[in-house]
Design a protein around this ligand. Structure first.
Ligand SMILES: *[C@@H]1O[C@H](CO)[C@@H](O)[C@H](O)[C@H]1NC(C)=O
Ligand SMILES: *[C@@H]1O[C@H](CO)[C@@H](O)[C@H](O)[C@H]1NC(C)=O
Length: 352
């Protein structure tokens, strides 16, 4: 080795040494639990929002298929700082010959669009096919035979039209499309609160009785338990990984981040970087966690609630569908917050 080589080697060693010390320290603490324990100790959902110039992961000019309701920059949103994401986990994975299915409402659609664009941006010249059949959207990366799909299903349980009206059947599921999929990512919550014109059912049936209405959180829990029973009975964890997208917070009440009430997410350009501690968990979050805990098959919660709570700046507001007549503080701009959810999803898929 020449003297120049030695200097470089020494420099590398000096950089590596402090890292090794940190690594060893952790190893000692967790020696009994072994390597897996050490990985578990790192809670990827616990962190802070930081500014990172390497984002966004994609520009909308590459993904003309992003729907108008999420395409804030295309709709003229002038500020850009909200494009920051939660820590930089930078990798891209390809699931050759696999099918990934998102099942849920517009927040699930949001995450599905983000994922397809993240993958597409990494291989922009690779051929893709985007199809829509009824409530199923399929994005296929033909060269790799990877399908990333979204099935619209806002409640997971069925709504069945009867002579006397539409019935939300808390104990019935249509699982045809869910069978044999490699990765399933479910989500449901926001539609359970709808009343009036937006409520797509006239009665609720819990399998025993029919109701005109009932406590929505209670109905949510019964519906989730029906879904959980299907997973416990029908999913083979060696073939299928199951995820649940945590409750995605909306930002219609600015009192939550310290402004006068009556204001919403409109005009917000920065995240709430203050810690929202002590933090009260969302009631739906508690129900979801309780149901997941009661299950026998492994379902991974994408625990995005807290990290998304800080992103009052990440919603389309007037830059979504309906423009200034709409006020969307529920869905998220793309590029944006769901990209982070997908980075966390990838961490789970690859880290295991
Ligand atoms: C593509 O993947 C599907 C499973 O998702 C598999 O059934 C099919 O055989 C694959 N096609 C090719 C050409 O490998
Ligand atoms: C999800 O994150 C919140 C806040 O960080 C935490 O209180 C909760 O226990 C987490 N849930 C699970 C199931 O890990």
């Amino acid at each position: 080795m020449g003297s120049q080589g030695r200097i470089i080697a020494l420099a590398v060693l000096l950089v590596v040494l402090p890292l090794l010390q940190v690594g060893n320290g952790e190893h000692e603490i967790d020696d009994k639990g072994g390597r897996n324990e050490r990985r578990k100790r790192c809670d990827v959902y616990d962190g802070r929002w930081i500014y990172d110039d390497s984002y966004p992961l994609y520009s909308l000019t590459h993904c003309s298929f992003i729907l108008n309701q999420f395409a804030c920059q295309r709709n003229g949103r002038p500020d850009r700082l909200y494009l920051l994401v939660f820590n930089g986990v930078t990798f891209l994975c390809r699931y050759r010959n696999n099918r990934i299915l998102f099942v849920g409402d517009s927040l699930s659609l949001n995450q599905w669009q983000s994922l397809t664009c993240m993958i597409h941006s990494a291989t922009p010249h690779s051929e893709y096919k985007l199809e829509k059949m009824g409530s199923l959207r399929t994005f296929t990366f033909t060269e790799y035979n990877v399908s990333v799909m979204h099935l619209w299903n806002a409640f997971l349980v069925d709504i069945i039209p009867k002579r006397y009206g539409r019935v939300l059947m808390l104990n019935k599921l249509d699982t045809k499309t869910w069978e044999g999929i490699d990765v399933l990512i479910f989500d449901t919550w926001h539609h359970w609160l709808y009343t009036g014109r937006k409520q797509p059912w006239d009665f609720i049936d819990d399998g025993k009785h029919k109701y005109k209405d009932m406590n929505r959180l209670a109905a949510y829990e019964i519906g989730l338990k029906t879904w959980a029973r299907w997973v416990d009975k029908s999913v083979d964890p060696r073939k299928t990984k199951v995820f649940f997208q945590g409750i995605s917070p909306d930002h219609f009440k600015a009192s939550y981040w310290g402004l006068h009430n009556g204001k919403n997410c409109n005009g917000e350009t920065k995240p709430a970087l203050v810690d929202l501690h002590p933090r009260r968990q969302h009631p739906a979050e508690l129900v979801l966690e309780r149901v997941l805990r009661s299950m026998s098959k492994p379902v991974h919660l994408l625990n995005v609630t807290r990290l998304s709570e800080q992103r009052k700046d990440g919603h389309p507001s007037v830059y979504g569908v309906g423009g200034h007549r709409g006020m969307d503080c529920t869905n998220w701009c793309l590029a944006g917050v769901p990209d982070t959810w997908n980075q966390l999803l990838y961490t789970e898929l690859i880290g295991k």
